[in-house]
Design a protein around this ligand. Structure first.
Ligand code: SF4
Length: 507
């Protein structure tokens, strides 16, 4: 019997809670549900070859969950902002789509958690496997890879992150407090109060010893900072000068359909990230040459030169010259002669180098000068140096200039960079809540990143392709995954991967 609303302008309830009903789970899940896509996708992955644990197991003892069950759960959960093992476990209890997806299995939070930590490298291989699949389907062409980064918070508070300056500040404060207590002691006669102050001094001394221990750990590590809870996490600028402890995630995206190609994490800024990211993407996609688009944070001479040597054409926003000219002649009016390796100054004098290379703040430079500065009539407009003007030219300056010319001559092409990368970051952070990681340690954090990127690519592929075609292609693969596939050989030679290793045409 239907319950009727007491107010006639409200909708009536459709189900009586006490009514007995029979229906299959299959009927309860929409045909276009994301859960159905995940189901086919995971079944189409060669989990054993990708290195997932428990694909095969002993007959004795309690059987484990098949990795496909837990991978489906994670891929479903990450799409819906369910990332913690407890939340995923709860969802298994109440979420009808998960009942359908896992066919009634309800893994414990601990099992869910262990699966993520025990399959770190498998998540990466699964992501790379999917990227190659997308390349084979012509959704990734590898002509242009835009590389950019975003920051996420780590499982380590700012309070538990130290550098030498911070340790010195704490020790100075403690010394100051101890001095204050000693002054109080000098004036105090009451024995109870003296005992109380002595306790306070002992407490401050134990705190000081703690900071001394941290200082030793910092010096032993050879790093500029140390995190107590997550050793790999670093102090990073998250957003508009807000500093927190976290990771700087590097992401490479293909320009054709804005799909993720690769990811890395490590340094807190992008200065030395370009070449590694570009080379990894080039190698994975099996390309002879490619182009990269990056912002000015990546513009470092050595990185651009490494790309140039490996047939990678960079379009990285040029950095402005860092040394101020203080109203003196700017560098732009000194002409460089590539053939003779000399400069011509505004007074028409030739500035030459002795050929020596000098180390200067992480980069190498050559010096150029002329003896004509001594009698130069415009010297007051050129330099305040008593020995005359000298120019420092980085050994990668020509590479930097070539890159700058490419960017200036192709402004529309360079502007594609923002369109290719930044939308994805917004989706991951704003919609899926990937502003922090649940894992500790660089490799574990990367496993979360690969999961997120795999889910993003899957959803994006679903939107780009006809859903029926995508599902059919995945179904075609399901029957093949039990064949022996040498993934590593495939990664080395991804050309026509699926035709070659599975013997089927997917086009
Ligand atoms: S000061 Fe030296 S470098 Fe500058 S314009 Fe005169 S000669 Fe040229």
């Amino acid at each position: 019997m239907l319950l009727k609303s007491t107010k006639m302008h409200h909708l009536e309830y459709e189900i009586d809670r006490n009514q007995f009903s029979m229906m299959a789970l299959e009927e309860m899940v929409d045909q276009n549900s994301y859960a159905r896509l995940v189901d086919i996708f995971v079944d189409a992955l060669p989990l054993d070859q990708l290195g997932f644990t428990h694909c095969n197991h002993e007959l004795q003892g309690r059987p484990p969950y098949h990795p496909s069950v837990l991978l489906k759960l994670y891929m479903y959960g990450y799409r819906h902002g369910l990332r913690s093992s407890n939340k995923l476990h709860q969802a298994c209890m109440v979420n009808v789509e998960l009942w359908w997806l896992l066919k009634g299995l309800k893994p414990s939070a601990r099992t869910i958690c262990y699966f993520r930590t025990n399959n770190v490298s498998a998540f990466k291989k699964a992501f790379q496997h999917f990227v190659l699949l997308l390349k084979d389907w012509k959704l990734i062409d590898g002509q242009t890879i835009a590389i950019d980064s975003f920051k996420i918070r780590a499982q380590n508070s700012l309070k538990n992150n130290f550098n030498q300056k911070k340790i010195d500040r704490h020790i100075e404060y403690i010394d100051h407090k101890i001095n204050e207590y000693h002054t109080q002691l000098d004036k105090e006669d009451n024995t109870d109060t003296i005992s109380e102050i002595n306790d306070k001094i002992a407490y401050q001394k134990s705190k000081k010893q703690n900071y001394k221990d941290i200082e030793k750990q910092l010096n032993d590590s050879g790093q500029s900072q140390i995190s107590k809870v997550d050793k790999d996490a670093r102090s990073v600028v998250l957003h508009r000068n807000i500093v927190n402890v976290g990771y700087n995630i590097q992401a490479g995206c293909d320009s054709k359909h804005k799909l993720f190609v690769n990811a890395q994490t490590g340094a807190v800024n992008d200065t030395h990230a370009l070449a590694d990211m570009a080379l990894e993407a080039k190698e994975l996609l099996g390309l002879d040459k490619m182009k990269t688009l990056t912002d000015k944070g990546y513009t470092t001479g050595a990185e651009l030169a490494k790309c140039e040597q490996n047939n990678i054409v960079t379009y990285s926003s040029p950095k402005e010259h860092s040394s101020p000219n203080n109203g003196l002649y700017p560098m732009s009016i000194f002409n460089y002669d590539k053939v003779n390796d000399t400069y011509t100054c505004p007074a028409g004098q030739m500035m030459i180098t002795n050929g020596s290379i000098y180390n200067k703040a992480n980069h190498k430079v050559k010096h150029y000068k002329t003896k004509a500065c001594k009698q130069c009539p415009v010297r007051h407009l050129c330099t305040t140096n008593k020995n005359g003007r000298f120019i420092e030219r980085g050994i990668y300056q020509q590479t930097l200039e070539n890159n700058e010319n490419r960017v200036n001559q192709n402004p529309d092409y360079y502007r594609l960079r923002q369109q290719i990368t930044e939308h994805q970051f917004g989706t991951l952070k704003r919609q899926w809540g990937f502003t922090y990681t649940l894992m500790k340690g660089k490799q574990n954090v990367l496993s979360e990143v690969y999961l997120c990127f795999s889910v993003y690519n899957l959803i994006r592929a679903f939107k780009i392709m006809d859903p029926k075609v995508l599902k059919q292609r995945l179904k075609n693969l399901i029957s093949c995954v039990f064949d022996k596939i040498d993934l590593f050989k495939a990664l080395l030679s991804p050309q026509n991967y699926f035709e070659k290793f599975l013997g089927i045409s997917l086009s």
